[in-house]
Design a protein around this ligand. Sequence first.
Ligand code: GCU
Length: 396
Amino acid sequence: MKRFLIAMACIACMIAAKAQRPDNTNYTESKVLPYSLPDVLKTTKQTSIRNKADWELNRPELLRLFEDNIYGQMPKRFDDIKFSLIKEDKSAMQGRATLKQVEVEVFNQQKSVKINLVLFVPNNRKQAVPAFLLINNRGKENMDPTRKEKTGFWPAELVIDSGYAVAAFHVSDAAPDNKDTFMNGVLRLYPEQFEAANGMRAIGAWAWAASRIMDYFETDADIDAKRVTVVGHSRAGKASLWAAAQDQRFAICVSNCSGNTGAALSRRNFGESITAINTSFPHWFNTNYKQYNDREQELPVDQHMLLALIAPRPLYVTNASEDLWADPTGTFLALKHAAPVYGLYGITNELPAKPPKINQPILNTHLAYHNREGIHDLTSYDWQHFIRLADLRFKK
Ligand code: GCU
């Protein structure tokens, strides 16, 4: 019965996602009109960025452009934070892992919000282990602490058996994914954000919550908080990018099928557009972003600059071949256009001129990419490669 209800819910989601798609969506490469991107090596005052120091000096200004025009402010201050171990099971996964369910409660302005973390740590560890943190935007069955439900969306056993801790929290704890109720979470701590045209909205709240989990990791002796990979799929892949851009404690960022206002270039106007996303999901981005409906060219930034904000840390963006809505080619191009900033750190760009073939991951680089065969989803194929990238980058 439960599986039937989940299947029905998935079908309803797919119908809803399709219904949001406008008729004039472009899915044809030859119909992409010429566009010019803002230069990632120019400051916000249009002077040249020649080296790492120039980049780092301008970095806060660039972050501010993303805050003001797209994702909203990221409040850093709060009154208090409390971590409570709600449940611990040292013999989870047939003895291979320890389960910790942690409630992260953050207090501000006489209000509090609780983010529930599900965390498994491998038992055959000799020291603190690196971790993967999933920002879960799908059903909670994907992060089942009992492991009765197992899905490719969060294949916890695979990650544990590869020697990593694996964690997840659900976006609804931080901001319900609904235009009428998204303020019933983190926004309650920051009511002034709700009023501001450049204030935090749902995607900002999800990224903020990922940082609070990082605050927890820094206190857990089993976790190597300097080697945490933040992972997000689709809408949560937009949030994983924003989290890693904002919070440089994340060592690696993975963004899967994140598409428009995620890892894909907006100015290509291929697949989902800014108008479409703002119309269907008005609660994801700030009020100012609505000014750019049908006016991508006027944005002071494009998404390659968000990817560049993650430099010099490894970044893995991935797509699915049938998911043209999320523009796989535009995602690959955004990564390429972010590469000059990695170059300032002496990290050479290993990316080919054209997107690689389907199922041919590019992993031996800080700017990793793959386009998996199949539909819009996060699968064990994707995770196997995230693990390989972490192995390579952390030299495990
Ligand atoms: C919709 C939306 C996308 C989003 C996706 C998802 O398709 O238009 O921007 O990435 O949902 O989160 O699955």
